[in-house]
Every structure is written in structure tokens, then in C-alpha cells.
Design a protein around this ligand. Structure first.
Ligand code: CS2
Length: 489
């Protein structure tokens, strides 16, 4: 079987959609940090669509900040890869051509900085996940003692962190007399543009104020809301794509048909016409972001912990469990009053559509995958909503069960007594704090509520909330996740 590449593209079945623009003429205008599955199924697909509608200098150079795998898979394919959309009625395949090359930051950080500083680079976009910003999730501020930040301040020519790389790229542009690129955050953080601007400013100021002031005056950090469910690609997906494509592809991405992208229209040096292909260019991203982070991601995380504990491997299975589906309805009823509806959107309809997306039987999104990095996700997904509800004197029963399920999960044993593979930058802190607490709901909840980077200084003092978390946790320990969820109905 031949491998997908520029040379073999013409030999694919004519039924398979592929770039109609001339890839040989495509030049790099976007550097994307963190070229994982999500970016390739989202920003890169929108950009591919935009290139088809109106060709322009918007090729994507991806950068991996850690491992070389993605480059190793995509290089023999000239950056081409398949996007397999999984709808309940069947799969749909296309080849995406927007990615020109992939760089591996640790192999040659200077080359990546030079690429960001090249005159033709107009946008540096990011999907580095929540923990990739080296910030304190409760406050959104730079963690100056984060090992990568400490390193990047000591060795500024060879940055490791996304923020260190952005600042090095901006510094090189200033030195060359160029204007800045737009830094486009595409991660699920609240006020993501503003947060990234603050992190870049704080880091730049730690080195020299001139640069921070230049960035402040000239830089652009649009806020965005990104949405598409993109589970990790599996070996079975790779084999299926090969059969459908008639060529080998080591790097396909899998996703749902739905996609959404709301972007604050403040760019420093131009952008593709993403609005021609479905992106929403808006002046205010906040309503979209609240809706998505609180309703989609808040429900996703709560369902991931409860579902995992209840023995459901995927979101589709968990959300088809009648007890957990009812829990989701109750959870959304608590969230909706805290969300200002974006213009023209009905939040109850949005919730109904979310349930249908979660239940898409063709998408195998593992509860374990979503359960990862809870310490970085809980603040914007559940805790902000809880604060808003408490302030309004409104009940938080379902939201608090989501938090308690996370606590139950990070105790490290599932309901059958098997070890849970906990992936979280704070995993060591959990283990330290939980030592000796056993299945004592009061001790476990007190130990975890004391993590200020997650809960802030305020939430542990909210008796109504902490009491509920403790009672839910007790039910989770004694009766399990389904019984705890059923007790809310
Ligand atoms: C998920 C998200 O992994 C997770 O934590 O909640 O990645 C989710 O699938 C996307 O945000 C959907 O847009």
C-alpha cells in the first residue's frame, strides 16, 4: 500500500475530497504551536477551506513542543493527512493540505524562533492544552517558579515553553524592525486572549521592560472559542482510514461533523478569511466562551469522572446511561442561568444538541482522556459556575457532584478497586495530600479543597458548597457513581 503524499495524491479515488488549490504555491503565514489532533481537525480544516475559497499566503507550519512523533509521521506525507468525520449515519473522508511542515522545538528551538520571526509569519496560533501555559489556573497568572519558565528565563535563546517561545519570537521581530505576529490562543481557557496577553507581558517584563511595552502597544491576542470533539486517534482508526483512503496514512485525525469557532476580530497583520467558511468573527467572544466552557466542557468533565467511575469507557456510553443522562439535564439546568446567551442562540437548544453530540455512537471519546488534567480544567469548567450560583443563592447540587466525582477519581482507585492511571500536573500533590485519608469523605474533600491553585482561597470557605461536596463524596464512596447521580433526581 502506498503512503499518502503529494506524489500519491493524484492516485486516490476521485471520490475522496482533497485540496483543489496548488500546494506547490502555498507559503507559510501561520506557525501553530502544539500541532496535535485538535488543531489538525479544527484550525487546519478551517484554513484548508479558506484556501479553497480564496487562495492566499496562509500555509501552516506546525511545531511540536515535546516529541518528534508528529513530524516523523507527517514529513513522509508532505504534511498531508486524512480527516475522518464520524457521523452516526457513516464516515466522511477528506485530505487536508494546509500543513506545510512540522518543526520539533526541542531539537532546534532557534529554528522555530526564526520561523516565528520570519516576515511572512503573520499569526502564531496555539493549542498546547491548559497546562501548556505554565499558569496558575485559579488566577490565570504566570507561574514564575514553573520549571519551564525558570529554564526559559535562564536560557532565553532556547525556550521550551509556549510563552517563552512567543516572547523570543516577538523579541526577534522587534530587533529586526518588523511588527508583531498575532498570537491566537485556541485552547479552552476563559478569556484566553487576555490570559495569553498577560502571560506574555509578565514573561517579557521579567527580562526587559522595553519589549513588554512594545508588545503592549503593538501586539494582538484575539480571544477565541473553539469547538469540535476530537478523540485521540487509535490504531483501529489508522487501519480503517487506510481501507477507506486506499493509501497508508500514519497521522489521520478523527472528529465529529460539528465545528464552531468564534474569533475576536483583532489581528495585527492580517488573517485568512475564515468567516467565509463558517467561523464567526465577533467583537465579544465572552458569551460564546461561557456557553462552551461551562455547558460543553463542564458537562464533559463531570460526565467523564462519573462515567469512568461507573465503568463507562466512552462519553457515548456514559451519556446513553439513563441515570447519567438525567444528571446532565440537571447539571445544564444549573449552568444555564449563569450563561449570557450569545445573540440568536437558545441555551436549552444548545444543551439538547450537546446531548446528541455526546451520544454520537460513532465517536469513541474515552472518559479517561477527558478526565486528564482535571486540576487545570475544573476552575473554568465548573468552579466559576459554582461561584456564580453561590453568589446568586442558587443550588449547586449537580455541579458539586461533578467536583466530588473528580475527587473520588483522583483518590486513585476505581469502584472495582483497580488503580486509576491519573494524568495531571498536580498528581504528586494529590497523592501527598491524600496520604492516609482513605475513604473518609471529610478528610479527602478537605485535603483537596485546600489546593489553592484549583479552588482559590474563597471556595473552601463556602460552607454550603463544601458540605455538599463532602456528602456527595461520601455517597460516591459508599454507593458508587450511578447511585450518587440517581440520588439527585
Ligand atoms: C474535552 C475537550 O478533553 C477534554 O477535556 O472536554 O477537549 C472537548 O472535547 C473539546 O473542547 C470540544 O470542543
Amino acid at each position: 500500500m502506498s503512503r499518502l503524499s503529494d506524489a500519491t495524491l493524484g492516485g486516490l479515488s476521485p471520490r475522496i475530497r482533497r485540496p483543489t488549490y496548488d500546494r506547490a504555491r502555498l507559503t507559510p503565514g501561520i506557525v501553530h504551536l502544539g500541532l496535535g489532533a485538535f488543531a489538525r481537525a479544527h484550525l487546519c480544516e478551517y484554513t484548508d477551506d479558506a484556501l479553497e475559497r480564496g487562495f492566499g499566503p496562509w500555509g501552516v507550519v506546525g511545531a511540536s513542543l515535546q516529541r518528534p512523533d508528529q513530524r516523523d509521521r507527517l514529513k513522509p506525507q508532505d504534511g498531508l493527512y486524512t480527516f475522518l468525520k464520524r457521523a452516526p449515519q457513516g464516515p466522511d473522508l477528506r485530505v487536508i493540505g494546509a500543513v506545510l511542515a512540522v518543526m520539533v522545538a526541542p531539537e532546534n528551538p532557534a529554528a522555530l524562533v526564526a520561523r516565528m520571526a520570519a516576515p511572512e509569519t503573520r499569526i502564531v496560533s496555539l493549542t498546547v492544552t491548559e497546562k501548556g501555559y505554565c499558569h496558575d489556573p485559579a488566577t490565570g497568572r504566570l507561574k514564575q517558579d514553573h520549571p519551564d519558565i525558570v529554564h526559559d528565563l535562564a536560557v532565553p535563546a532556547a525556550p521550551r515553553s509556549a510563552v517563552g517561545l512567543l516572547v523570543a519570537g516577538l523579541r526577534a521581530r522587534k530587533a529586526a524592525g518588523l511588527g508583531p505576529f498575532t498570537a491566537l490562543c485556541c485552547d479552552n481557557l476563559p478569556s484566553n486572549g487576555q490570559v495569553l496577553a498577560g502571560l506574555v507581558r509578565d514573561f517579557a517584563a521579567l527580562r526587559d521592560d522595553g519589549l513588554a511595552a512594545w508588545i503592549e502597544a503593538n501586539g494582538a491576542f484575539p480571544a477565541t472559542m473553539v469547538d469540535r470533539i476530537v478523540p485521540a486517534t487509535t490504531e483501529a482508526d489508522i487501519a480503517e482510514v487506510e481501507g477507506l483512503l486506499g493509501a497508508a496514512d500514519a497521522a489521520p485525525v478523527i472528529g465529529e461533523p460539528f465545528r464552531q469557532w468564534a474569533i475576536e476580530d483583532v489581528f495585527a497583520a492580517g488573517r485568512p478569511r475564515w468567516e467565509d467558511v463558517g467561523a464567526q468573527m465577533v467583537s465579544e467572544v465572552a458569551p460564546f466562551e461561557f456557553m462552551k466552557l461551562r455547558m460543553l466542557n463542564g458537562a464533559h468533565s463531570s460526565l467523564a469522572y462519573l462515567g469512568y467511575l461507573a465503568g463507562h469507557e466512552t462519553v457515548a456510553q456514559a451519556s446513553a446511561d439513563p441515570v447519567l443522562a438525567r444528571f446532565l439535564e440537571g447539571l445544564w439546568a444549573e449552568i444555564v442561568p449563569t450563561v449570557p446567551a450569545p445573540q440568536g442562540v437558545s441555551l436549552p437548544e444548545y444543551a439538547r444538541d450537546l446531548l446528541i453530540r455526546f451520544q454520537n455512537p460513532a465517536i469513541r471519546h474515552r472518559t479517561w482522556q477527558i478526565a486528564m488534567d482535571g486540576s487545570q480544567k475544573l476552575p473554568q469548567r465548573l468552579l466559576g459556575t459554582i461561584r456564580a450560583r453561590l453568589k446568586a443563592g442558587a443550588p449547586v447540587d449537580h455541579l458539586a457532584l461533578g467536583v466530588a466525582a473528580w475527587m473520588r477519581y483522583v483518590t486513585g482507585l476505581d469502584e472495582a478497586g483497580a488503580a486509576v492511571d491519573i494524568r495531571d500536573p498536580l498528581a504528586d500533590a494529590f497523592a501527598r495530600r491524600l496520604a492516609g485519608t482513605g475513604r473518609d469523605a471529610a478528610a479527602v474533600s478537605a485535603a483537596l479543597l485546600g489546593i489553592e491553585a484549583i479552588f482559590g482561597a474563597d471556595l473552601p470557605r463556602e460552607g454550603a458548597f463544601t458540605g455538599l461536596v463532602r456528602r456527595h463524596l461520601d455517597r460516591l464512596f459508599t454507593g458508587g457513581a450511578r447511585a450518587a447521580a440517581a440520588s439527585l433526581a
